[in-house]
Ligand binder design. Structure first.
Ligand SMILES: [Zn+2]
Ligand SMILES: [Zn+2]
Ligand SMILES: [Zn+2]
Length: 462
């Protein structure tokens, strides 16, 4: 084994041991979900389980040969071919699905003994959560779940701190942002990616979470705050769960409608943007639901009209009449300014429709409409950062600082070696200290910063 491989192996063993110690000393930090015995758990371990199936195949000349050896095993590094016979045709996974626990103690016991990289549970309730097939599980409801993740926000900071690396053995070209369609050096189409997380990402994700909570979940839907659970995911976002029996039975279609409502998709603006006494009007802000949001939505849209990429006929006049349009919209009650003359009623209805999409909540759609989705266990550790999946409330989220408050492992110092891979590791903050940038250095760091770098896969144990 090369030194670096050895470094990776000892890094994983060390992290797993630290996770193990954490769960052993903090069993009460884990928030066991309601009706735990009706949930399916998904457990992602640090090691790969591989299986090399034995198959009989016929080659071109019609001769029968056997591939694979039927062996199985575990490995701490990713397995691409059978370690025993070299066959490429193997199955390898870090996941265990269809796991069930009868109670709190069973769950904690498993967490301490397995110390997984990550652990998830279903938002759904099943009579038989451990059944292998969805049809056999007997679904009888699911919480309504929202995921607000920096991944989906398309933030400018991602272009600076996310990175890609060409997978071609002889190339390994690197770059920042999302990877190109094909490698500029070798034309290869397979890439490894490094998603980073920074304060800007998480502030933006938090802003959208709070908006979802206040404007949509509380104001528009009127859910009881007592039935809403908020948490930080431990990596790039936040989760919101509605635990109200009235939503449990909603099927996927019902959930899609909720998603569309929140995202402001397919709004019919003809009935609300109307001409009254020669003036084009938008509803007063006091109206409930989208009607009352439209004035503010159009304001936000008009403010950003210069960077809007659409080419509708109203784009140019709206840019020209921006100031007077804003002036009219900011009035109480708001009006659609006459000064922006070249924009007729029909155009304002279209603008309002676009503005609603622009203003609508940023949520990861499939998470909400998939009624079998699994979501991270609150209080568990996220193996991508070493941070805790932190429970929050509407009162605590405003001041919540993930790089401080979600730090779980922070005892002493550790010596780590950053990988010499471009682009280097961006500067990051843990607690009150900032670290980096790094590019191949060996350094001694406080444990929380070291764990973060090790979990992100940009350093190994020295
Ligand atoms: Zn094999
Ligand atoms: Zn390449
Ligand atoms: Zn960022």
């Amino acid at each position: 084994m090369s030194n670096q491989n050895q470094g990776f192996t000892s890094t994983i063993l060390k992290l797993r041991f630290m996770f193990h110690e954490y769960y052993k000393s903090n069993p009460d930090s884990v928030e066991v979900p309601e009706k735990v015995h009706n949930r399916e758990f998904g457990v992602q371990s640090w090691e790969w389980n591989w299986f090399c199936p034995k198959r009989k195949v016929r080659d071109e000349s019609g001769r029968e040969t056997t591939t694979g050896c039927g062996q199985s095993g575990t490995s701490l590094s990713s397995v691409k071919s059978c370690p025993n016979c070299g066959s490429d045709d193997i199955q390898a996974t870090t996941w265990r699905r269809h796991v069930g626990y009868l109670n709190h103690d069973e769950l904690i016991h498993d967490l301490v003994s397995v110390a997984p990289h990550s652990i998830y549970h279903s938002a759904a309730f099943y009579r038989i959560p451990v059944a292998r097939n969805m049809s056999e599980k007997e679904w009888f409801g699911a919480e309504l779940v929202f995921d607000i993740d920096a991944d989906h926000l398309d933030l400018p900071c991602a272009k600076e701190h996310d990175a890609w690396r060409c997978n071609t053995e002889t190339c390994h070209e690197t770059g920042t942002g999302t990877h190109p369609e094909s490698c500029p050096s070798c034309g290869g189409k397979s890439f490894g990616t490094r998603k980073w997380v920074c304060e800007k990402c998480l502030l933006e994700a938090k802003k959208h979470t709070v908006k979802l909570y206040d404007e949509f979940i509380i104001n528009d839907f009127g859910f009881d705050p007592e039935s809403i659970q908020l948490n930080y995911s431990g990596h790039r976002g936040y989760h919101l769960r509605v635990q109200d029996p009235r939503v449990y039975k909603l099927d996927s279609n019902g959930r899609i409608q909720i998603v569309h409502y929140i995202m402001g998709l397919g709004l019919n603006t003809e009935k609300v943007i109307v001409n009254q006494g020669g003036v084009n009007r938008v509803p007063d802000r006091v109206f409930p639901g989208w009607a009352g949001k439209l004035a503010n939505a159009i304001i936000e849209f008009v403010r950003n009209i210069d960077s809007y990429s659409g080419t509708e006929r109203w784009v140019r006049p709206l840019r020209k009449g921006k100031a007077s349009a804003l002036e009219g919209l900011l009035r109480n009650p708001p009006i659609l300014s006459k000064e922006a003359k070249d924009i007729g009623l029909k155009s304002w209805q279209e603008i309002a429709e676009k503005a609603a999409e622009f203003y609508g909540g940023e949520i990861d759609r499939p998470v909400t409409h998939d009624i079998h989705r699994v979501i991270r266990l609150i209080g568990s550790l996220n193996g991508k950062t070493g941070f805790s999946v932190s429970k929050l409330t509407r009162d605590t989220i405003d001041d919540f600082d993930p790089f401080h408050d979600a730090v779980a492992l922070n005892n002493g110092q550790m010596k780590v070696k950053f990988l010499r891979r471009s682009p280097g590791v961006p500067r990051f903050r843990i607690g009150d200290e900032t670290y980096g940038p790094f590019h191949g250095e060996s350094v001694e760091l406080p444990t929380a910063a070291a764990v973060f770098a090790l979990c992100k896969g940009v350093a190994i144990i020295e």
